[in-house]
Design a protein around this ligand. Structure first.
Ligand code: B12
Ligand code: SF4
Ligand code: SF4
Length: 382
């Protein structure tokens, strides 16, 4: 009788995974009701796909009734620097997971290779999942003993800290499961305290609508005024709650070269990013997860960072975008310019308002013109 656990583990490590563990195809108690509460309170915001397939997400056996085991895999993406290190005013902070190649592509390829090997050697059917499928990866990873869900809700590993991507292989093979990991957060609350937008409603509970990662990556519309100042120069994702975790002291740099930061994405200049055309955006972010949000949402985020930069020399770049074809861009150009040069914004208001047809962009102009004078605008709160 071959030792299937040992063989799968050895093969997974050869494939480049750092953690490989086994779980039954069932969520730990509470996870499915937590998901239901999260959705009922609409904490998923505009991520409609979470609600659409909630029954499958809440139960692996509904997703695939024949599954007998879930092989949970982790890949270390330990960064040299995270975005919390990079809060320089005229530069953009990009979350470290997004400074290299798209992990979905890297991991999916490895999962497929591993799944094919398992099926060829041991038989059974297999399906692979990473991130986008209706699978609750964190509670399953905790059940398999990969780590525990910290108070920031992400999975923390004693060996890799916060920096593990997760993926899974469902199989019809019955494989002995591992023991779950227990919570090692203790009395620590560092991640809850550091969040710039107060996204945690309680330990282990997040309101995604307030999270900078959601706002900059998932949210398709205008970003509400209350979050703009707190975003600082974070233009894609946020590492703050992960970066402060004391368990990172054991973390190591990612071995997978495709997760290493691309030089041009470690600390790009806001001025350069603000003037990207559609084509330049596509070229710069080829193979990167950032390409997914498209040029307009990206420049929307960059303009918020510029509005927070206190760097008046960027005002000219912003003014060039007041007539941009995208209302997302135009609206944030108005906001950013009002923060850098309130008098100039007031001066331009009438001229631009005359031709503006989009009601949200008009509202941005109106909030500038209706405020009481230049001095007040200059000191405007986020
Ligand atoms: C939706 C989503 C988001 C949303 C919502 C985040 C969230 N925490 O749910 C947004 C866009 C905000 C987001 C942001 C990020 N994400 Co995300 N995201 C997902 C996704 C697709 C689904 C997560 C989910 O099911 N959420 C639903 C809620 C209900 O789940 P939950 O918060 O885990 O809820 C649990 C707790 O509330 C807990 N609970 C509630 N009460 C209590 C009480 C106690 C005592 C306990 C113990 C537990 C507990 O029970 C719930 C179920 O277990 C997963 C991939 C996947 N398919 O799983 C990736 C995933 C979680 N994301 C990931 C990453 C890397 C990030 C970011 C770090 C990216 C970045 N740097 O910007 C941030 C981190 C923000 C944060 N603090 O969570 C990784 C995390 C890897 C890891 N080590 O955990 C995942 C697993 C993707 C992957 N395949 O690697 N993400
Ligand atoms: S990723 Fe940033 S904004 Fe989101 S919960 Fe963590 S600290 Fe808060
Ligand atoms: S920072 Fe503290 S509370 Fe948050 S996950 Fe890490 S150990 Fe847990």
């Amino acid at each position: 009788m071959p030792d299937i656990r040992a063989e799968v583990r050895a093969r997974a490590l050869r494939e480049g995974f750092h953690v490989v563990r086994f779980a039954r195809p069932e969520l730990p108690p509470g996870a499915s009701s937590d998901l239901k509460a999260f959705l009922a309170e609409e904490r998923h915001g505009g991520m409609d796909w979470m609600a659409k397939n909630a029954d499958r997400r809440a139960a692996p056996k509904v997703l695939w009734p024949d599954a007998k085991t879930i092989i949970v895999l982790g890949m270390n993406y330990g960064p040299e620097h995270h975005s919390r290190d990079r809060l320089t005013r005229d530069r953009a902070a990009i979350s470290c997971y997004a400074q290299g190649d798209d992990y979905h592509e890297v991991i999916k390829k490895k999962l497929k290779g591993l799944a094919q090997c398992i099926a060829a050697k041991h038989g059974g059917d297999v399906k692979v999942f990473v991130d986008t499928a209706p699978v609750m990866e964190k509670p399953l990873a905790q059940a398999a003993g990969v780590g525990w869900q910290g108070k920031h809700t992400n999975l923390v590993s004693r060996r890799y800290g916060s920096w593990l991507f997760l993926g899974s292989i469902f199989t019809t093979l019955k494989i002995t499961p591992d023991e779950p990991e227990v919570d090692h957060c203790g009395a620590c609350t560092r991640c809850l305290d550091v969040c710039p937008t107060n996204a945690f409603t309680a330990p282990h509970q997040i309101d995604a609508r307030r999270c900078i990662s959601y706002l900059t990556i998932e949210h398709k519309g205008h970003i509400a005024r209350e979050f703009r100042g707190a975003m600082g120069n974070r233009i894609y994702g946020c590492d703050d709650c992960l970066a402060v975790c004391p368990w990172n002291k054991f973390a190591s740099l990612a071995r997978e070269a495709r997760f290493h930061a691309r030089a041009e994405l470690t600390e790009p200049r806001l001025a350069d990013l603000a003037r990207l055309s559609e084509e330049e955006f596509r070229v710069l972010f080829r193979g990167s997860p950032i390409k997914r949000i498209g040029r307009d949402r990206f420049v929307r985020n960059v303009l918020i960072a510029i509005g927070n930069s206190e760097d008046a020399s960027l005002a000219g770049k912003v003014e060039n975008l007041l007539g941009d074809p995208s209302p997302l861009v135009r609206a944030m150009a108005v906001w950013a310019l009002s923060r850098l040069d309130a008098a100039r914004t007031q001066h331009l208001a009438q001229q631009y308002m005359r031709n503006e047809t989009d009601c949200d962009v008009r509202a941005e102009w109106q909030s500038i013109s209706s405020s009481r004078g230049v001095a007040h605008l200059g000191a405007a709160a986020p």
